[in-house]
Ligand binder design. Sequence first.
Ligand SMILES: O=C(CO)[C@@H](O)[C@H](O)COP(=O)(O)O
Ligand SMILES: [Fe+2]
Length: 233
Amino acid sequence: MCDSGSAPMIAPSILSADFANLGAEAEAVAGSGTNRADWLHVDVMDAHFVPNLTLGLPVVESLLKATDIPLDCHLMIEDPGRWAPPYAEAGAYNVTFHAEATDDPVAVARDVRAAGAKAGLSIKPGTPLEPYLQILRDFDTLLIMSVEPGFGGQQFIPEVLAKARAIRKFIDSEDLRLLVEIDGGINADTIEQAAEAGIDCFVAGSAVYGAADPGAAVGALRAQAAAARASAG
Ligand SMILES: O=C(CO)[C@@H](O)[C@H](O)COP(=O)(O)O
Ligand SMILES: [Fe+2]
């Protein structure tokens, strides 16, 4: 699924949306053309793996009825082996869990895929990529965290771009079908460096839902990423 040849993907994070109006907030980025979000990023936090609590399966099930934008569920939870497959069974498009949360990421990915979703592996900013390189064939997406998971509105950590560059090289040399996503602090000031580093899909919470027109913000971020990617060659 190496998508570096196609348009940059934008996945607004509903963590920065109005939780009392999630259906309407999804619609705000469901417009047409370049203003339409590719995925809706749903941050599931359990107050154990991260020090914050957000939402879970019942809210995801309701969102699935409220929007036709594919849901990109980012599970910041303990025990993904138990809790990740139900998100796939419910109809999430992509179910991403953290490498740090399980001893057997391949088994979890297999169960997620068997339940009908794409499987994503996420790594925190301080987690090295190398131990996971040989299992990436078992995944559809790799989500590189560019903030410490747990909260929206944090500052982008530029040091993670080295991981983005390394994985882009690895994907090309191994001919992997893996989509690379970045999450945390992505906005008009940071998206270009991430695009130049080879990212396919950009999660943006506050930069989209903090904007007066979230749909226009999606379009503007995508255009910026496309231009940066083109000038990087
Ligand atoms: O997973 C997370 C935070 O843990 C993210 O998805 C944030 O929700 C992104 O928000 P911004 O940094 O873009 O405001
Ligand atoms: Fe996220």
